[in-house]
Design a binder for this molecule. Sequence first.
Ligand code: NAP
Length: 415
Amino acid sequence: MSTQKINIGLFGFGPVGQGFYKLAGQRANNKINIIRIAVKDQKKERTLDRSAFTFDYRELLHAPDLELIVEATDDERAGYEIIKTALLKGIPVVSANKKLLANNLEEFVDLSIKTQTPLLYEAAAAGAIPIITSLDSYFNDEVVNAIRGIINGTTNYILSSMLQQGISFETALKNAQELGFAESDPKNDVDAYDAAFKLALLSVHAFGKILDVNDILRYGIRFIKKEDHQEAEALDKVIKLIAHVFPSGDGIEGLVLPTWLAKEDDFSSVSAEFNAIEILAKDSGAHLLKGKGAGSLPTGSALLNDVIKALSGGYTYKKLNKAQNPDGIEIEVILTLKNPSEINGLLEVQKQVEANGNIKITAWINTRDLKAQIGYLEENEAGLISTGRIRKVIKQSKSDKLSCTEKKIQNEVLN
Ligand SMILES: NC(=O)c1ccc[n+]([C@@H]2O[C@H](COP(=O)([O-])OP(=O)(O)OC[C@H]3O[C@@H](n4cnc5c(N)ncnc54)[C@H](OP(=O)(O)O)[C@@H]3O)[C@@H](O)[C@H]2O)c1
């Protein structure tokens, strides 16, 4: 860092913007000058003098002395304009806005590379956990076989308190909202969209493939019952919302599902609002990072670390290439719903138990078939838990096809 101060425009002053502002004043060797803060609501009470703010983000975006942008809004439309304009002008950007980044990743990465302008988003992937920096620098030469993690603190808090206090999902959600661990509209967290956004950001740096958020197989925790926890416990297992991404054929398979874990699994003991991510690298093996995935100071700290990193350059994207459609894999799931016969593609249905008028089955299903029916399952408030068992579908060779009259699929059990 040179002796000169860097002029920063801060967009957003919610918990994340405020965390960044506070730490920028305490750390960074007094090298940061926040020229102004863009916010939206003119009537909101602020902790700083009104002169520190602008209510017109474009005014700050086009300020002549602007040298770096910290984007910490929750606004997809304004955020898109801010990031795109800044990159086109060659102004480095640091952002925490995971939804915006995940939904526009290909365009932003392309622009960042073409304009040679850093775009850093560690804070958006898993709060304070330095996972993207690790993947982009330390693991940029080694093949990564998979990334697995608990990357949403809200759902982890809810599942942990359901288990520990024996309470329902609804009560656990209400408690989490009162304690500030869940938003008043919890959809993004509870229905696993948030974890899917983060998984898309991780995929680029782990495998060099940009994963479309809509291609991720996602199912939330809204329909998990107390009885599901009891059943898992009787089998020495716990239920966690597990995000898992790995190469499959020429593509990438991304899953975010409530999943059974053995009690001795490292993730089983990750409780409350904590996040944990495992990098499974080809030569060096498994690495586990655990830390705070959200919150004002942890996320503000990640933004500040990125600001300092941006002064010396952006991500390398050394592995970057286009993702193809994955081959599809099969996973074993437990489904609880009124009429499982309406679900297409179930294989090896293992058991049927009546539970509260619903039917509970354990079966294998291709992830593509399951993805196509997620909307139906959500509408029908179906329970869906992965047992954690995954197997690859081995396609038939041409000669197999000629010699067999019946369609045959050979399966290789991966775990
Ligand atoms: N909270 C976390 O722990 C966490 C962790 C990782 C990532 N993130 C991400 O970081 C971002 C910020 O999170 P947060 O919790 O601080 O959000 P928040 O409480 O919703 O605050 C958003 C801020 O953005 C401002 N804003 C919204 N639209 C704007 C516009 N058009 N022009 C100027 N300012 C605008 C708001 O202004 P007003 O103050 O006027 O309303 C507010 O200050 C979000 O994208 C979130 O997903 C959050």
